[in-house]
Design a protein around this ligand. Structure first.
Ligand code: PLP
Length: 394
């Protein structure tokens, strides 16, 4: 057939080529629990691409809470939050989360992606504007696209460009939307300046704390706490799939705003609610995040040790200031080849290639956990040194 929606599928050859060359890095089947070490194809790998920052995904209290929740409520809530899918556990964790991040109220979506889609598309409408960072996460872009509002972008973490966009749209209602810690670069949004500009131009501030919640700030509350200006964040989003060892997404804000989102977000109304087992895990993980601050201290110390060592080997770690540490390696092909050699050496990392990064700036993205041991981290450094040298990166 000449005109066929499947034409693009039949002409999609890159995956076959990578598989044939032995460099295909995606959809590996993990045969164990997710921890600092996993098993793939029967072989042990040290993981440096997980979001299990606090290492809680296997914590006995988290596992137990999840099992207990399933025993009490069953495996599914069988409907949308709006109708029959809300139970007392959902409301319990929403209250706990809101209290922890010092907001009036919070709402729990089925995924972090859904929380961005639902909150963004309901908050900004026709003749209103999203002002977004060029490196914002895909779920932010998807949320803006689902809205009837306009989306404009400013250069990454560039406050002059942000001001240019605010000035250009100053006669419309605006919301600035940024990642707290950027998911690929591991750098931190310039909240002090964003807050100043937002006040000056009357814009609202939405921060996606997916990678910062549980990770930075004195108590792990994210970048608001890190900069000591949590009250300047109008809408705070955090996902439960990273530090909170589960799945789900929180939006926290003023009660009136949460109430509006609750009754208008399509991803709240038209999808089934988060299952009890996942909510039980969030509840226990949130307790541990609050009561065991040492996990975050170890996490940051692990990341600092690795970043310092990578830099002294000669790697370019971009502007990372977090447990996400990217290593710039060059072309897509080099990234795939390096990934494969690291994999064969016992390291499981992520290659990030175009169009996710500009041409020629592909990265091996690494991220760390509180539960990585010193000997695991030393093993990682030894292998990256060997592979980086082999490819002439360092
Ligand atoms: C910055 C950011 N926001 C939102 C999400 C979506 O969260 P989830 O995977 O929990 O749906 C992610 C996930 O990778 C993310 O990195």
């Amino acid at each position: 057939m000449e005109i066929d929606v499947f034409k693009k599928c039949f002409n999609f050859h890159i995956v076959d080529k990578l598989k044939k060359a032995g460099f295909y890095p995606y959809f590996h089947k993990v045969e164990s629990r997710q921890g600092p070490e996993i098993i793939i194809n029967g072989a042990k790998k040290i993981v440096v691409c997980s979001n299990n920052y606090l290492g809680l995904a296997n914590h006995p209290k988290v596992v137990e809470a999840s099992i207990l929740a399933i025993k009490k409520y069953g495996t599914s809530c069988t409907g949308s939050r709006l109708l029959n899918g809300t139970n007392d556990l959902h409301e319990k964790v929403e209250k706990k989360f809101a209290k922890f991040v010092n907001k009036e109220d919070a709402i729990l979506f089925t995924t972090g992606h859904h929380s961005n889609l639902g909150a963004l598309s309901s908050l900004v409408g026709k003749n209103e504007v999203f002002i977004t960072d060029k490196l914002d996460h895909a779920s932010i872009i998807d949320g803006c696209r689902l809205s009837f509002g306009e989306m404009v972008r400013f250069k990454h973490n560039n406050m002059e460009d942000l001001e240019r966009q605010l000035l250009k749209h100053k006669n419309k209602a605006m919301m600035i939307v940024v990642d707290g810690i950027f998911s690929m670069g591991g750098d931190i949004a310039n909240l002090p300046e964003i807050s100043n500009l937002a006040k000056q131009y009357g814009a609202r501030v939405f921060i996606d704390e997916a990678h910062s919640f549980g990770v930075i700030g004195e108590n792990g509350k994210g970048i608001g706490e890190y900069f000591n200006m949590g009250e300047n964040i109008d809408v705070l989003m955090a996902t439960a799939s990273k530090s909170l060892a589960s799945i789900g997404g929180f939006i926290a804000s003023k009660s009136k705003v949460i109430n509006y989102i609750k009754h208008n977000a399509r991803t709240m109304i038209f999808t089934a609610s988060l299952p009890p087992g996942c909510v039980g895990a969030i509840d226990a993980a949130l307790d541990l995040l609050i009561s065991e601050p040492n996990r975050r201290i170890v996490l940051i110390s692990n990341a600092n040790k690795i970043r310092k060592a990578f830099k002294s080997m000669g790697y370019n770690t971009n502007s990372s200031h977090s447990p996400i540490i990217p290593l710039v390696v060059g072309s897509d092909l080099i990234a795939f080849k390096m990934w494969k050699m690291l994999f064969d050496e016992g390291i499981f990392a992520s290659p990030v290639v175009t169009p996710a990064v500009p041409e020629g700036q592909s990265i091996i993205r690494t991220s760390y956990m509180a539960t990585h041991s010193d000997s695991q981290l030393n093993f990682v450094l030894e292998k990256f040194k060997k592979v980086g040298k082999k490819f002439g990166i360092i």
